[in-house]
Design a protein around this ligand. Structure first.
Ligand code: CMX
Length: 137
């Protein structure tokens, strides 16, 4: 698989509003985008750190997978996202190497990305996202 860089780190928070003073006031990062991803039941906030972003994930409903994550494990790092040239191709490659996919095909995510997740049970416990900026066909 051709990974170019870590595109973002997803961090689960109960409230973006409550998390902002730390990221902006203490770390000195600037939130440049807040966006809701309806089908994932999350509100997201983005900060650029070099080539990588921090993505805060706030659940928008109690049955959001992020709400479930926070309930079970508390707030904290939720997933790592690797940039690849083509998400669909990378997903197929991962599956061919025995990794169970959460997303069989790439789908639209926040920030105009095409995204697909690998199941954490097959990735050493780290929820892993593959993503690219190419438009879905
Ligand atoms: N990282 C590592 N392990 C995780 C995890 C995470 N973020 N979320 C859940 N798990 C583990 C659980 O701890 C559990 O392990 P055990 O069986 O040992 O207890 C196992 O995975 C199953 O978890 P669950 O609580 O039963 O939750 P679900 O099966 O309902 O969902 C998962 C787990 C990963 C399949 C689901 O969260 C998913 O589909 N994630 C991909 C989509 C996503 O995360 N969307 C939000 C972000 C969207 C965005 O960035 O735009």
């Amino acid at each position: 698989m051709e990974i170019s860089h870590i595109e973002h780190l997803g961090i689960a928070v109960k409230s973006i509003e409550s998390a902002l003073p730390y990221y902006e006031g203490v770390l000195g990062l600037k939130c440049y985008n807040i966006e809701t991803v309806a089908d994932q039941k999350v509100k997201t906030a983005f900060f650029q750190v070099g080539q990588t972003k921090i993505e805060l994930l706030e659940p928008t409903s109690d049955d959001s997978t992020v709400a479930k994550f926070i309930e079970k494990r508390g707030e904290g790092i939720h997933h790592i996202a690797f940039a690849v040239p083509n998400t669909s191709v990378a997903l197929t490659e991962a599956e061919s190497k025995g990794i169970q996919l959460i997303d069989k095909t790439a789908r639209p995510g926040a920030e105009g990305l095409n995204i697909g997740f690998l199941h954490p049970k097959f990735t050493g416990g780290v929820l892993t996202e593959l993503c690219d900026h190419t438009k879905n066909e």
